[in-house]
Ligand binder design. Structure first.
Ligand SMILES: [Zn+2]
Length: 283
């Protein structure tokens, strides 16, 4: 994993989110877990080589941030915003997150097949959050402080984890750095407000949900891209375009690739973003 500061380690080069951990004087705090089983097992082992894992913080409920929790059972208390707990691996008519997580196994983690739980076993105990809260919260572990800052937008229960002693914040999918932004059910206006909030943090580094570790500059880049999305879809609606015409009018596919391992989903991401935003703005 990449050593971001003396005590901060992050993984930005695997399929799924960017999981990370912080080594404190009283154990380790993990932020999000790898989606693929062998990566999750490997990261747990590495984190535990620095000390006992005391907390596991989930920044959101999307499967690529939480599925790996299964492989961190017994490794610390799982903490999240209440909305993340409420939506944790929830099966909807559109998606079964368990099935979605499995789709990556044959191609991206064939070894993971051996430790893949069947659906019943998995849902009996996926290692859900047990400490949940609304608004903001603070955890201390050894000499480190973990400010859990509510940053709704990408999801309702979105968190940024600010560790002032390391001058680092783990901002999750509030920033997609250099890769396509997934809007889906996002509230883009709240997301923009949350970007303003994290910009005020006194940090040297942001660990984004996807893409390389970055600095505050990427806050404005992300803001600008969200504003472009809003403008593009709002313009299409103003012109009286149908949803299909709106989707066709968007050419953001050329801007970025989708994050590692999901490049093949480019058209899907753009279409889904456009469609979801169209629905939102149409009210
Ligand atoms: Zn997400």
């Amino acid at each position: 994993m990449e050593r971001v500061t003396d005590n901060v380690f992050a993984e930005t080069k695997i399929r799924g989110c960017n999981p990370a951990y912080v080594v404190t004087s009283d154990g380790v705090v993990v932020i999000d877990t790898p989606q693929l089983p062998t990566h999750a097992v490997k990261m747990r082992k590495e984190a535990e080589s620095h000390g006992e894992i005391k907390y596991l913080i989930n920044t959101e409920y999307h499967v690529d941030h939480i599925f790996g929790n299964y492989y961190f059972k017994g490794a610390g208390i799982v903490v999240s915003h209440i909305e993340t707990a409420n939506n944790f691996m929830t099966v909807t008519p559109e998606i079964n997150p368990y099935t979605y997580a499995y789709e990556a196994i044959p191609s991206d983690d064939p070894e993971g097949e051996k430790i893949w739980p069947d659906e019943e076993t998995y849902f009996k105990d996926p290692n859900r959050p047990t400490i949940v809260f609304d608004g903001d919260a603070t955890i201390t572990c050894g000499n480190h402080t973990f400010e859990l800052i509510s940053t709704p937008g990408h999801t309702t229960g979105q968190l940024a984890v600010y560790v002032p002693e390391e001058r680092v914040a783990f901002v999750g999918d509030t920033i997609f750095n250099g890769v396509q932004t997934w809007l889906y059910a996002s509230d883009v206006h709240s997301w923009l407000a949350s970007l303003n909030r994290i910009k005020k943090l006194d940090v040297d580094y942001f660990v984004p949900g996807h893409g390389p570790v970055c600095t505050k500059r990427e806050v404005d880049v992300q803001k600008a891209f969200l504003l472009e999305w809003l403008t593009a879809v709002q313009t299409a609606i103003a012109k009286g375009y149908s949803k299909e015409e709106t989707i066709k009018s968007i050419d953001f596919g050329k801007r970025f690739n989708v994050d590692i391992g999901q490049e093949y989903m480019l058209d899907h991401v753009i279409e889904h973003n456009a469609s979801a935003l169209y629905d939102k703005l149409k009210g």
